[in-house]
Design a binder for this molecule. Structure first.
Ligand SMILES: Cc1cn([C@H]2C[C@H](O)[C@@H](COP(=O)(O)OP(=O)(O)O[C@H]3O[C@H](C)C(=O)[C@H](O)[C@H]3O)O2)c(=O)[nH]c1=O
Length: 187
């Protein structure tokens, strides 16, 4: 497993070891030991899977405390531009976002700690993603930030005029008006 620390505390890019042979390939797509070695001591309790077509943007979403979620995101089919936004007020990268291409080909995974908003755009004809969370879905605690917030100026790597966004996501607040209550993270 190749692990890349990003400049955002706790946000890692994981690349599992792939064993290829004339049948295809095998890889351990998840191993709790790997996360423990990173100091990420959490129990994933829910798997989510979504399929989207080219140009879809889902997000930016997060759950408020006490149901904030760590996420382990990977792509089963296609390619996405995965964006995370640091909402942790005490973090030195507070208010900053980072985008990473995750794909069936590169088999990269993103380990997103609690305190981030998460979203992605679909760069391939279709994309199926699977992600683990360490808290259940609590709709009353589900929050979001506008994908097209001009102050964030996120480049989703697709033309904005073709973006396919849910009605719910179209109504999300800008970052400066977002409902954040992440306890200051002692880093
Ligand atoms: C997240 C979630 C949703 N739902 C139901 C609620 C809606 O009836 C339906 C679609 O939900 P939503 O439009 O919020 O789905 P996405 O836009 O893909 O949301 C996800 O998008 C970004 C990328 C994320 O990181 C979040 O985990 C998640 O919010 O599934 C559930 O039943 N359980 C769940 O855990």
């Amino acid at each position: 497993m190749n692990i890349t620390k990003t400049h955002m505390e706790g946000l890692f890019i994981l690349e599992p070891q792939v064993f290829e042979d004339d049948r295809g390939y095998f890889m351990e797509s998840y191993n709790a030991k790997t996360l423990k070695a990173l100091g990420v001591d959490t129990q994933f309790i829910q798997d989510n899977q979504s399929k989207s077509t080219y140009g879809v943007i889902r997000g930016l979403h997060y759950q408020k405390e006490p149901y904030a979620q760590t996420k382990l995101v990977r792509v089963l089919q296609g390619e996405i531009f995965d964006v995370t936004l640091d909402l942790r007020k005490s973090s030195k990268t507070y208010g900053q976002w980072i985008g990473v291409k995750l794909s069936e080909e590169n088999k990269r995974q993103l380990l997103v700690p609690k305190g981030f908003a998460h979203g992605f755009s679909v760069l391939s004809e279709q994309a199926t993603i699977l992600y683990k969370t360490d808290n259940y879905y609590y709709p009353d605690y589900d929050r979001g930030i506008a994908y097209n917030d001009p102050e964030l100026n996120i480049d989703w790597q697709i033309k904005q005029d073709i973006a396919i966004v849910s009605d719910k996501d179209k109504k999300l607040p800008h970052f400066k008006n977002a409902d954040l209550n992440f306890n200051p993270i002692t880093l």
